[in-house]
Design a protein around this ligand. Structure first.
Ligand code: PEP
Length: 280
């Protein structure tokens, strides 16, 4: 195949990436509250071909929501699951049990690393378990304020990323999502607003690491998104970062005005970038 046609296929593949908007509801909303929120979101969010909206409710609410959601508009994500497929692990739910209900699973969230002491090996095993069961991992990586102040951001990201994906093939990595979530920017841990220029540097570093280990195609195909106190007013600044494929939203995803506003911002940016590429 001629080089120019190979390049144009890659360009088309990159343009075809849908922007990911993920709402992490954390340990909020019982079954009826969750149902009401989905109803409100369905009224406001259109069926966009260029945007993928993912909701991550509590474990309890996943099953009833899976029968309520309009699947043309929403996909579901688990916030966590156990790395073993079955066995004597009282109180746990496995990825194997979730495979018919969710498309995605958030793994390595800083709240799980900090409050539940999930270490690098546990997170690597959870990523492998998700993939083994046909669930796409949304791997969260990010440094703490102390690590940032000590100039350790790259080391922390390197260790978290390289360990977590070490059991995966290039094709499996291409299908996954990496969320850069600096701990200091998450609302629960300080909520300092990160500058898009600083975020871009770390996102570029993430792709560079993937490229070094798994090649350029994998690094360009894997989706890299940002999370940390994103709301409808500032989402555009992050979604406009070159190479940013979406946002992971915590607090603001519980508010249907804010969350649907973030989806609107993603749509505006997608259309603007499409216009620019087409020279309009
Ligand atoms: C999160 O929990 O992943 C998150 C980004 O939270 P918040 O948007 O509230 O900072």
């Amino acid at each position: 195949m001629a080089k120019s046609s190979t390049i144009s296929i890659v360009t088309v593949m990159l343009k075809m990436k849908r922007t990911l908007i993920i709402g992490n509801w954390k340990m909020n909303l019982n079954t009826s509250q969750a149902s009401i929120l989905v109803h409100r979101l369905e009224e406001r969010i259109k069926n966009h071909t260029n945007i993928e909206v993912v909701l991550a409710p509590s474990m309890l609410v996943l099953q009833p929501l899976s029968t309520q959601i309009d699947r043309r508009k929403f996909r579901l994500a688990a916030q966590n699951a156990h790395q073993k497929d079955e066995g004597a692990y009282t109180g746990e739910v496995s990825f194997a049990m979730l495979q018919d209900i969710v498309h995605y699973a958030i793994i390595g969230h800083s709240e799980r690393r900090i409050y539940f002491h999930e270490n690098l090996d546990t997170i690597r095993d959870k990523v492998a378990a998700a993939v083994r069961n046909g669930i796409t991992p949304i791997l969260c990586v990010g440094e703490s304020q102390t690590e940032r102040n000590a100039g350790e951001t790259k080391r922390v990201i390197h260790d978290q990323l390289v360990t977590a994906i070490s059991n995966l093939t290039s094709a499996e990595i291409e299908n996954m999502v990496i969320a850069y979530e600096p701990v200091w920017a998450i609302s629960t841990f300080g909520g300092i607003l990160a500058k898009p220029d600083d975020i871009k540097k770390v996102m570029d570093y993430i792709r560079h690491q993937v490229s070094e280990l798994y090649g350029k195609k994998t690094s360009e195909t894997v989706r890299v998104i940002y999370g940390g106190s994103v709301d409808d007013h500032i989402a555009g600044g992050y979604l406009d970062i070159d190479g940013c494929d979406g946002v992971l939203v915590g607090g603001a995803s519980l508010n249907y005005h804010k969350f649907s506003g973030i989806v609107d911002a993603a749509n505006r940016i997608h259309n603007k970038n499409g216009d620019e590429q087409n020279g309009r």
